[in-house]
Design a protein around this ligand. Structure first.
Ligand code: C2G
Length: 134
């Protein structure tokens, strides 16, 4: 039973998120997602549209996701890996190298990001559309 973990905000869910979750899940048998809390998002200088509870419910409905845990800070990953008996840590390659310190605890894999989509792009495109229509 190979156990995978990944972390993120997962706001305004899009195919980039789904591609990451699917590929992460396909690396093993069980996928845990550390979902950034609203408070941690503030630390990441992010404000999500959906609340943590809504983002959690949305993630739990995805076939690739087996368990969602709160991501409250930058420091919890080693503890999470031990607590949830994780074999592999996965992130999109915008994070390449940033989590190599986890290699003494589990496998670390960075996957190519999906091009031309992001939560920021969605917000910007919608704002542009509003301007044109107003
Ligand atoms: N992602 C992707 N392709 C995109 C957009 C996002 O592969 N076009 C991946 C990111 O690389 C990340 C995951 O989807 O692995 C979630 O993205 P975000 O919700 O933006 O997560 P982020 O803010 O990067 O938080 O401790 C780690 C942080 O919580 C990561």
């Amino acid at each position: 039973m190979k156990r995978i973990i990944t972390y993120g905000t997962y706001d305004l869910l899009h195919v980039g998120h789904i591609n990451l979750l699917r590929r992460a899940r396909e690396l093993g048998d069980y996928l845990v997602v550390g979902l950034s809390t609203d408070e941690f998002n503030t630390l990441k200088h992010k404000t999500s549209y959906h609340s943590y509870e809504d983002r959690k419910q949305i993630l739990e409905s995805i076939r690739y996701v087996d368990q969602v845990i709160p991501e409250c800070n930058w420091e919890q990953k080693i503890e999470d890996i031990k607590k949830w008996k994780i074999d592999t840590f996965v992130m999109g390659d915008d994070w390449k190298g940033k989590f190599d310190f986890l290699k003494e605890y589990c496998e670390v894999i960075y996957l190519p990001r999906t091009e031309n989509i992001s939560t920021t792009k969605i917000k910007e495109d919608l704002a542009k559309r509003d301007n044109i229509e107003s």
